[in-house]
Design a protein around this ligand. Structure first.
Ligand code: ADP
Ligand code: MG
Length: 381
């Protein structure tokens, strides 16, 4: 096995989330399970390798949509197309139901059965209709997993799709006893995900956002063993050092992989502890290199706008006098409202900054804050 195919699995976590979905155990996520953790910490991998298989093993029908796979397509379209894809697996049953379903459903099944080979849902079939049809046709509970769900907030249609999921949940689960539709949402940014749940007029008002558990010491220990098996006996990593490095990279497997590979080939595994301890700037650069080069490639005004957003966090307001002054100071030249607007647009296109449909700006990747602080600390020394 090559190093990059190493996968650490968390079946216990999957089992406990399945329990939460059903309201068994400590957490009750029957109205929707919301999980947030930073970008690149293993959410999608966990969903694909652990959670979806666990749900399928229970006999449930799963619909998985990652709203980041194709940012050019409207999130609403991605969701309904994926529901359509899964429905297509039940073509035979749907054709039968089109003939025999009760009056109120016959139109939906009729439209679906005529349309099963096309990619999208027929115009007169709503997302809620399609999900209800899926539960009926599959005769199993249906679980819809929306990965990077906050992306749905970026378009009005995406937001409508979230309301449609909620409507479907309420309609399909009406009888209360046997829940048939379960919803799972993950996101790389807790702030953004919370826009689905905190206000009365938001689709999942009242749901709690849980922290998706980061990969832990068990992961880094298994990874250490895995990597050591490929190295000469004289060039071995210590589990403690690898775990320390893993924490430093924000529990991101890919970044750990890069650091470890560099160190192993470069200075040798036994130097990892020393590099961690001295916090050598070359080592920090190695860790933060990717973000650093992304940042360095920006214009001075874009850097200033991004820096201000990072410093202000939730209180960030892009076009106030105070912000314009701060931009100018950071950029070392006068920054106008128009300049700031153009910079924000460019930052959004680069997936560094995110803007909700109603105007709030936030970071696409919250871990940039840590990086920015470490960069400033480094510059101050
Ligand atoms: N359990 C795991 N074992 C090994 N590698 C992992 C694991 N989880 C994530 N990774 C690696 O980390 C990187 C980011 O994972 P991903 O699931 O895409 O994160 P996210 O969805 O949170 O952005 C990928 O390169 C993936 O291979
Ligand atoms: Mg992902």
């Amino acid at each position: 096995m090559e190093p990059h195919t190493f996968t650490y699995q968390r079946p216990e976590l999957a089992a406990s989330l399945c329990d939460s979905l059903q309201g068994i155990g400590i957490a009750d996520a029957r109205s929707g399970l919301f999980l947030a953790a930073p970008r690149r910490t293993g959410k999608s991998t966990f969903l694909r390798m652990d959670l979806l298989p666990a749900l399928q093993k229970k006999g449930w029908t799963t619909v998985y949509v990652d709203l980041w796979t194709n940012k050019a397509t409207d999130p609403a379209v991605l969701i309904s197309n994926q529901v359509k894809n899964v429905l297509a697996k039940f073509a035979g049953v749907i054709a039968k139901l089109a003939k025999s379903a009760g009056l109120e459903k016959v139109n939906v099944f009729g439209a679906l059965s005529l349309n099963l080979s096309s990619l999208s849902l027929p115009d007169n079939v709503t997302l809620a209709d399609a999900l209800e049809a899926l539960a009926l046709a599959s005769k199993t509970p249906v679980v819809v997993v929306i990965d990077e769900a906050q992306q749905a907030l970026s378009t009005p249609a995406g937001m409508d799709a979230m309301f449609a999921l909620k409507a479907a949940r309420d309609r399909i689960n009406q009888d209360g006893e046997n829940q048939k539709l379960f919803l799972v949402f993950t996101g790389s940014n807790q702030d953004k995900l919370s826009h689905l749940v905190i206000k009365k007029n938001q689709p999942f008002y009242g749901c709690r956002i849980a922290k998706f558990p980061l990969l832990d010491r068990k992961f880094s220990d298994q990874y250490t063993a895995h990597i050591n098996a490929k190295l000469a006996p004289s060039n071995q990593f210590k589990a403690d050092d690898v775990f320390a490095a893993f924490k430093l990279v924000g529990h991101r497997p890919e970044m750990l992989r890069n650091v470890i590979a560099d160190v192993a080939l470069d200075a040798g595994a036994d130097t990892l502890a020393a590099q961690l301890q001295t916090g050598a700037s070359s080592f920090r650069e190695r860790i933060w290199g990717e973000m650093g080069s992304e940042f360095a490639a920006l214009t001075a005004i874009q850097r200033a706008v991004l820096g201000r957003l990072i410093q202000e966090g939730k209180n960030y307001s892009p076009f106030t006098d105070a912000s314009l002054k701060a931009y100018s100071a950071l950029a070392g030249k006068d920054v106008s409202v128009g300049d700031a607007q153009a910079a924000l647009l460019a930052l959004r296109e680069k997936n560094l900054v995110w803007q909700a449909a109603y105007g709030d700006y936030s970071l696409e990747d919250e871990s940039m804050v840590l990086w920015y602080q470490s960069r400033n600390a480094l510059e101050a020394t």
